[in-house]
Design a protein. Structure first.
Length: 188
């Protein structure tokens, strides 16, 4: 089994990254092949709406640091998106990656029976951390997950949402979040 994590915070030691690293460590110890990307250290652009992935290639035609990440995510059994909440949404780093996953969709994804180029059975763990309380920004995961479900990209999705995490390592003092990471790791 292969697990790929995308750390989408500009902080290497942020709460979303810390939760993802704990998950990946557990998966690695249980025999998963793991790979982690710190998106903020990569040089890439968002989708350019060129449609090259629909007309002349089955992969994104942009040749930047995200090309290998897209390939590794495509080949993974489990994918981890870990992002802080900025301005009521995922970070720009993760949003740019998500936009580039347009290349996974087939040319006939709107009307055809085969909507994407991914293997079936893929799992997603979506980790969000925010300084605000849980009354705010609860719409982020359902919004993205509805899109993923509509396209059938992931067979199973899990959410780890850490609220009121204002300081860099606040997640380390949240037994509820750490236990949730451990439970999800055991399911994977």
């Amino acid at each position: 089994m292969k697990a790929v994590a995308l750390l989408a915070s500009p902080r290497r030691l942020g709460n979303s990254s810390g939760l993802a690293e704990r998950l990946m460590s557990i998966l690695g110890k249980s025999g998963h092949e793991t790979k982690t990307y710190f998106l903020n250290s990569l040089s890439y652009r968002g989708c350019q709406a060129c449609t090259g992935c629909k007309t002349r290639s089955e992969t994104c035609v942009l040749h930047d640091d995200l090309a290998i990440v897209l390939e590794d995510v495509k080949g993974a059994d489990t994918v981890v998106f870990a992002s802080p909440v900025y301005w009521g949404d995922v970070s720009a780093q993760l949003k740019a990656f998500i936009d580039r996953t347009y290349s996974y969709l087939t040319p006939e994804f709107v009307t055809g029976p085969v909507r994407h180029r991914l293997e079936s059975g893929k799992k997603l763990v979506f980790i969000l951390s925010q300084g605000a309380d849980e009354g705010l920004y609860g719409d982020i995961f359902p919004r993205y997950n509805a899109f993923f479900e509509e396209l059938g990209l992931f067979e199973e999705t899990y959410l780890i949402r850490g609220c009121e995490l204002g300081e860099r390592e606040d997640h380390l003092h949240r037994e509820d979040l750490l236990a949730q990471v451990d439970r999800i790791a055991a399911l994977l």
